[in-house]
Design a protein around this ligand. Structure first.
Ligand code: FEO
Ligand code: CA
Ligand code: CA
Length: 744
């Protein structure tokens, strides 16, 4: 097939940008990556040098740190953080607050059965369907009692259900998985492709504390891998729909695999939710397919979801052979049927969902909950469950200028469902029937949830003709376009405050916010109230355009109801360098102990109420590796209106949360080189935290695969974990040396 300039792996990362009247093109993708790396100011080198001296003092992995003295009673929500902030760091190690210890427990390739050999980490390992996957991402804790039954109280034994989002790659190949770096041209060998499909997906792994030491249990019967090829059920309104019919599933009720799993969620009934994010990048759509489809409306939908005609795939999996499991990645009309049951023209409609799994049942099937819409999903955060009230599920679509969504169940919550015998049946009860909404933010600090249904689509909208309500869920980006939803600065995770019930959304960055959008551009947007920053006029250079540092927005539902159709909002924090301009950039007045860029992972501790903020950044990486901060936010409306004077003709009002203090926002941890920090879960007592280090060393060049001294990171082997020097995504367990709750 035709495969133009192969930059598809760039487009396939978290930079997708299809919300435009044209398709995303390679120049825009490159521009975006350059912009993310742009600097806001010139003196960062000095700041970095000054901080470097203190990095060693911050220590790595605890060890000889002196125990912290708790400053607050060790119970309930905190009013003040109880640790000393760590400085920014570029060291290839985990830099952690004094008095804490971080230990690696589970890394790429770790065996998940008794008979799977130890991971050699030299590119010769096989059997990845029985090993930890790559690029650990979101994860959730599921406690196990001493008898092995589900427990909401267990603190020393449990399951981690974990996403394996992607893999570190260059020019098609996941090069750390292959002995010589792998094959950079098409066709890709089946042996390489089979490894790469297997390291995607989800794992369930048992972890256990013995004495004070945590380890994963290699031979646990709970251990499980789900890959890009595992058979999964389709459920909800699109089950059996014409849009889901394929050669593999002629009745449209099944598909293979879950893919690019990023954020997570935990349901009130104790199951695991995983969000499928940048799945479109794994499919090809050859030139000529528009004509083969007679330019029907499926072409509009494919363009809107990142697969314009001619799109190449990230890894070339489709090239590994003629067998069905490879052919499925060719998202083209090649057959003669009218319904698509003789080819894979509809295959991509099987990806892009919130997928539910019962982590306690290793042989249970996964279920794609189509009612929650199809887009680049991150996390799924529930409203605080209240008996007799409908449940809301909040979600973000992570691509530039995409939307924030809310699903509201038709069924009111029953507390009797908190610990059901059949979790997936309970999932069907709450997630298969409900309303899907999209957010529209107003400049006065209010907002609306607009229901996405046929009646809501204006007659003036002619870009796509929705067949029915299922079509609206499958192509909800188009429906959201039709109703005029607010285009956001890349919605990543969302999380619900455990006491106020307000919902926080990370908006990681947007290189296409412009004070003066280029005339005729469909992707550049002027700042608005909810996405108020655009630095282009501040410094006047292209490297500084957009909102490279991101922000965290929060929503308060009217009357505290998840089913509300209106809300108020403000911005909890704006990411920024601490010495950036406080009028247009560092709006939250962040200090050097608090400054961050590109928030991504976001999780509230149910024990302490700490808002854990994790970064996946490309804009501040000349000063610091990615990091995790602890925040103790107030609530919507605790700050003030702020006017951003962008230019003589453009001022934007936004609503700023109360500025953080040294007691309410601090950097807790900095990761190794080239990683992002993502995923967080805790034991119920708040004393053990699990987080993931994703893609350390991803800046390594494939050409240097034979020379470990040229790897940009050798973590976690440099921290004493595992064989080989190749960097590995891994799970850290974090405890306080005095045994207290994390952050106190
Ligand atoms: Fe997988 Fe949007 O981060
Ligand atoms: Ca993410
Ligand atoms: Ca990310």
């Amino acid at each position: 097939m035709n495969k133009p300039l192969d930059l598809s792996h760039l487009a396939a990362r978290a930079e997708e940008d299809s919300n435009t009247s044209d398709n995303a093109h390679f120049a825009a993708v490159l521009d975006a990556r350059l912009s993310r790396r742009g600097l806001l100011r010139g003196s960062v080198g000095t700041a970095a040098s000054a901080l470097f001296g203190s990095v060693a003092l911050a220590a790595c992995g605890g060890g000889d740190d002196t125990p912290a003295t708790p400053t607050t009673p060790d119970t309930g929500a905190l009013s003040k953080l109880g640790f000393t902030a760590v400085p920014k760091s570029m060291a290839d190690q985990v830099t952690l607050a004094a008095g804490y210890t971080a230990t690696v427990v589970y890394a790429l390739g770790d065996p998940l059965t008794a008979s799977t050999p130890a991971y050699k980490n030299d590119g010769t390992d096989t059997d990845f369907g029985n090993r930890a996957g790559d690029h650990h991402d979101g994860m959730e804790w599921f406690g196990l009692g001493s008898d092995g039954s589900a427990s909401t109280a267990a603190n020393d034994r449990g399951l981690l259900a974990m996403n394996h989002e992607a893999t570190t790659d260059e020019t098609l190949s996941s090069f750390f998985l292959h002995a010589n770096g792998g094959t950079k041209t098409l066709p890709r060998p089946t042996t390489e492709v089979d490894k790469e499909t297997a390291i995607h997906g989800v794992s369930v792994v048992e972890v256990k504390k013995t004495g004070n030491t945590w380890a994963y249990v290699q031979n646990s019967a709970f251990n499980r891998r789900v890959t890009a090829l595992t058979e999964v059920d389709i459920s909800g309104p699109a089950k059996g729909h014409a849009l889901l019919k394929t050669k593999y599933s002629i009745d449209g009720t099944r598909t293979r695999g879950t893919l690019n799993n990023c954020g997570t969620g935990k349901t009130p009934w104790g199951s695991f939710l995983t969000g499928e994010e940048n799945w479109f990048g794994y499919f090809t759509r050859p030139l000529g397919d528009n004509l083969a489809r007679a330019n029907d409306k499926s072409v509009t939908a494919l363009n809107r979801y990142g697969r314009a005609e001619g799109a190449a795939s990230r890894h070339g999996w489709e090239s590994a052979g003629t067998a069905d499991l490879y052919a499925r990645w060719i998202n083209a009309r090649t057959g003669t049927s009218t319904d698509g049951t003789d080819d894979y023209r509809n295959e991509m409609n099987g990806m892009g969902y919130i997928v539910e799994m019962d982590p306690y049942k290793a042989t249970s099937r996964l279920v794609k909950r189509t009612g929650l819409g199809r887009f680049a999903h991150e996390s799924a955060a529930f409203s605080l469950p209240k008996a007799g009230e409908k449940l809301a599920v909040y979600m973000g679509d992570d691509a530039r200028n995409e939307y924030i969504y809310k699903f509201v169940s038709d069924t009111a919550w029953s507390a009797a469902d908190a610990n059901p015998s059949d979790r997936l049946a309970t999932g069907a009860k709450y997630l298969d029937n409900g309303k899907l909404h999209v957010a529209k933010f107003a400049a006065d600090g209010t907002g609306q949830w607009i229901e996405l249904n046929k009646a809501a689509i204006p007659a003036t909208y002619t870009a796509y003709a929705f067949a029915d309500e299922a079509d609206i869920r499958v192509n909800c980006r188009l429906a959201a376009d039709a109703v005029g939803a607010t285009k956001m600065d890349r919605p990543e995770w969302c999380a619900t405050h455990p006491t106020t019930g307000e919902v926080y959304f990370t908006l990681t960055n947007n290189s296409n916010r412009r004070v003066a959008p280029t005339a005729g551009s469909a992707t550049q947007l002027a700042p608005d109230s909810a996405n108020p920053r655009a630095y282009s006029d501040l410094k006047g250079t292209t490297a500084q355009q957009g909102n490279p540092n991101g922000h965290i927005l929060r929503v308060k539902e009217t009357a505290g109801s998840g089913a509300a159709l209106t809300f108020t909002w403000d911005v909890y924090l704006f990411g920024a360098q601490s010495d950036a301009d406080t009028g247009l950039v560092n709006l939250s007045s962040l200090t050097a102990d608090q400054d961050f860029s590109s928030p991504d992972g976001l999780v509230f501790s149910q024990s302490t109420g700490i808002c854990w903020i994790q970064t996946d950044d490309g804009a501040y990486t000349d000063v610091t590796n990615c990091m995790m901060l602890a925040g103790l936010p107030g609530q919507v409306g605790d700050g003030a209106k702020k006017t951003l004077a962008h230019s003589a003709t453009l001022s934007v009002d936004t609503f700023l949360g109360k500025a953080p203090t040294a007691d309410t926002l601090k950097r807790f941890l900095v990761g190794p080189k080239d990683c992002e920090i993502t995923g967080l879960t805790e034991t119920p007592d708040g004393k053990t935290l699990f987080i993931n280090i994703q893609h350390p060393g991803e800046g390594t060049k494939m050409a240097d695969i034979a020379d470990p001294t040229k790897y940009t990171s050798q973590w976690p082997s440099s921290a004493g974990y595992g064989a080989g020097k190749r960097p590995r995504s891994a799970t850290l367990v974090i405890t306080q040396n005095d045994g207290g709750r994390i952050g106190t």
